[in-house]
Design a binder for this molecule. Structure first.
Ligand code: SF4
Length: 375
């Protein structure tokens, strides 16, 4: 199984916390769409023995493309790759782009999953983050989207300065009221060089409070699990049969092609990343070149990556797999490093799999880094 990720590098405005690659000017949209289809063609041999099971439009804001532009790109995938009969095709979309007519038109296309960037149902939170939509648009779009799509994920952000736990619970309850089968939720993080970092530095916005983020993470987990969601990855909750196939492929180390500026690719042993600049990307592709840098992962890199992604999921880290793929030395190292966390009840071993406990979950990335091997 393999997936194709397509990065659409445009947004209406910059959210204060975001450090993804995007441009707020749509001037190069036509050229970019053509370049994406050309990159798909140029790279078709990379997947010549593979069937594509997922196509994911991420960004940026993919819903800024018209339905025709999205279809044009999907056609290029079908023309150049072998696609399974019922692929998961996801569109990341923002509420302000999802009018009733747009949703109906999308539901008639090959796109069969929407991932909607709600983030919060509260006006204050949305303003603080500089989201392009308001709370009413979030509600209206979910009311309409749930009539036409059954596979919907929504994103929520917790740990927002000024947002109390009571407000966070209302956000979760609001999300649950739409009966969507998947919710992704992330802690607000302060990335360097973002507007949020600068506002916090100037004292215009309070700093994020890790303790409150931690509490809100546990409130989220409790509420969603009580409503039948499986917490299958640190930031992802899904009902049975609705886990994101695209994301699960990343976490299980499967191959994916990343198309578009700043997109990452992975083929099991090599990682590639496209140039993070729209003009350079377009120019290089137009010259029939690939704007990609490739790194071959060492055995240690592969081990570290497996530990990082494995610990974040309910599947955990298979100790047998570590021994089989990396050898006894790595397995012994892993067990030795894990011991202190097992004693602190942050990790446990069950059926030869190392997993985080409930107590360790929020600290998962930090724990994983302590299990890394350094050459
Ligand atoms: S819409 Fe998404 S990608 Fe665009 S600025 Fe906001 S968070 Fe970043």
């Amino acid at each position: 199984m393999a997936g194709i990720y397509i990065h659409i590098p445009f947004c209406k405005q910059a959210c204060h916390y975001c450090d993804f690659h995007f441009s707020t000017s749509l001037k190069k949209k036509d050229e970019l769409v053509n370049a994406l289809t050309k990159e798909l063609e140029l790279r078709k041999d990379e997947f010549k023995n593979t069937t594509v099971e997922t196509i994911y439009f991420g960004g940026g804001t993919p819903s800024l493309l018209t339905n025709e532009e999205l279809q044009f790109i999907i056609d290029a995938v079908y023309k150049n790759y072998k696609v399974t009969e019922q692929p998961e095709i996801t569109l990341e979309a923002n509420p302000d782009d999802l009018s009733k007519d747009r949703i109906i038109a999308l539901s008639k296309s090959k796109i069969n999953r929407l991932s909607i960037g709600i983030q919060s149902f509260f006006e204050d939170d949305l303003k603080l983050m500089n989201r392009a939509h308001n709370a009413n648009e979030a509600i209206a779009c979910l009311e309409e989207a749930t009539k036409h799509f059954d596979n919907i994920s929504l994103d929520l952000i917790y740990g927002i300065p000024g947002a109390s736990n009571a407000q966070w619970i209302k956000n979760i309850e609001m999300a649950l009221s739409f009966n969507v089968p998947h919710i992704s939720s992330y802690a607000l993080t302060v990335e360097p060089k973002t507007a949020l970092a600068s506002f916090i530095k100037k004292g215009v916005i309070d700093d994020v409070n890790d303790e409150q983020a931690h509490e809100q993470f546990h409130l989220l987990k409790e509420k969603l699990e009580a409503s039948g969601f499986v917490h299958y990855e640190l930031s992802n909750f899904g009902k049975d049969r609705y886990f994101s196939k695209n994301n699960s492929a990343y976490w299980q180390g499967k191959s994916y092609l990343g198309i578009g500026p700043s997109a990452h690719s992975f083929n099991g042993t090599q990682r590639g990343w496209n140039v993070r600049n729209n003009s350079k990307y377009i120019k290089t592709i137009e010259a029939n070149q690939l704007p990609i840098e490739i790194e071959t992962l060492t055995q240690t890199d592969q081990y570290n990556e497996y530990i990082m992604t494995g610990l974040r999921t309910i599947w955990g880290v298979s100790i047998k797999k570590v021994e089989k793929d990396f050898g006894l030395l790595y397995k012994d190292y892993l067990i030795e490093q894990a011991e202190v966390f097992i004693n602190q009840q942050l990790l446990y071993i069950d059926k030869a799999h190392l997993r985080v406990t409930k107590k360790g979950q929020f600290l998962c990335d930090g724990i994983a880094s302590e299990l890394f091997k350094i050459n």
